[in-house]
Design a protein around this ligand. Structure first.
Ligand SMILES: [Zn+2]
Length: 359
């Protein structure tokens, strides 16, 4: 793993790159081990599916994996770790290595005749990938094709991708990245070795930001809002709008939870009505609410632990766990296209009401 050496403050846009080259120091260690093991064993598979929440680091992991495979530095002590400095490593990092190609909504937009970023990866993009997979590697032993935003592939495009997965050309490795692997066909998923990337502890996110020269106060705040996704945190440090959106979501969630039951319901209905147009925002507020309830539960548990046994008027833990379960259910209902008003209402009635919280 790359050392967490302190680096001079860089321009915001450079925060996304790992300061020392090599593997990002904030990738889920279990996933990192599996990717490195594939390289060390000398049996790199034909297809991997890296799954995990948006901003958890799937693209960074895929890039480092490609670098480790293409790295030409013969001095490195571990062939599963890229040096980060040789020409091959730098070219992978810049998206300029002839044997590493990424297919994503962004690359698709760059090649499109009409301007604008679509919301799905098209069949044409999958066809481009198929042609690219037929080429021989030029500089490395292997071609690595990264399919980002794979959760946006509609079924016909997935069927087209399946053809490549079913008859993988020798010397080609597909690395498919998906926020929601459930949106992929079972046939696609089963052809890939799935490596889930889990969020990492907040402290690790904060440390990673600090090691890139982010001031301690900002690093702590961004980490607390990151949901354990360091990729998001790095982007949020560079993009204040991203950060402010999450701050706003959290503030809205706090007001929602603290309001009387009647207002909680009104807010639930309002958000329900907005869901079709502002889906990400509504989901973000529900996620923030769940995080706040979790924090309140921990604080309550601590308060009970610190107090003599006779005290005991804090909201009991089971009330919070019921509320958290309801929030999880709401998120899964929204995802399953349950009517948003119903899903949000059912969650709110399981929340602790304000009378219970006031003492
Ligand atoms: Zn290298």
């Amino acid at each position: 793993m790359a050392s967490a050496k302190r680096v001079p403050k860089k321009a915001d846009s450079e925060f996304r790159t790992d300061p020392d080259g090599g593997w990002p120091d904030w990738i889920d260690p279990a996933a990192l081990r599996r990717l490195q093991e594939a390289i060390r064993s000398g049996r790199i598979g034909h297809a991997y599916l890296l799954s995990g929440p948006h901003g958890v680091g799937k693209a960074a992991a895929a890039r480092a994996f490609a670098q480790a495979i293409c790295c030409t530095n013969t001095e490195r002590s571990d062939r599963a770790t890229p040096c980060g400095h040789c020409r091959a490593c730098r070219n992978v990092s810049r998206g300029a290595h002839p044997d590493v190609e990424t297919f994503s909504l962004d690359t698709q937009a760059m090649l499109a005749e009409k301007p604008g970023r679509g919301s799905t990866l098209t069949i044409d993009t999958v066809r481009r990938l198929r042609s690219s997979a037929a080429l021989f590697p030029l500089e490395s032993d292997r071609r690595i094709l990264i399919v980002d935003d794979a959760e946006t592939l509609l079924e016909p495009a997935q069927q087209a991708l399946l053809k490549t997965l079913e008859e993988p050309p020798p010397g080609v490795t597909l690395v498919v990245l998906a926020d929601e692997p459930e949106s992929l066909l079972e046939t696609v998923r089963s052809r890939c070795q799935e490596i889930p990337l889990r969020p990492i502890p907040q402290a690790a996110v904060a440390q990673s930001l600090q090691s890139r020269g982010v001031a301690d106060g900002l690093a702590t705040e961004v980490a607390s809002l990151s949901r354990g996704c360091a990729g998001w945190a790095l982007a949020a440090v560079a993009d204040k709008k991203l950060l402010q959106t999450r701050r706003d979501e959290r503030a809205a969630a706090a007001r929602w939870i603290a309001s009387p039951r009647y207002e909680q319901l009104v807010t639930a209905f309002t958000l329900g009505d907005q869901y079709s147009k502002r889906r990400a925002e509504v989901v973000g507020v529900v996620q923030s609410a769940m995080e706040l309830l979790r924090e309140e539960m921990l604080a309550a548990a601590q308060a009970i632990g610190n107090r003599p046994a006779s005290g005991g008027r804090t909201t009991p833990a089971h009330v919070y766990s019921r509320a958290i379960v309801a929030a999880l259910q709401c998120l899964s209902d929204l995802d399953a296209n349950v009517r948003p008003r119903l899903a949000l209402e059912a969650m709110v009635v399981a929340w602790p009401n304000s009378e219970m919280r006031e003492r």
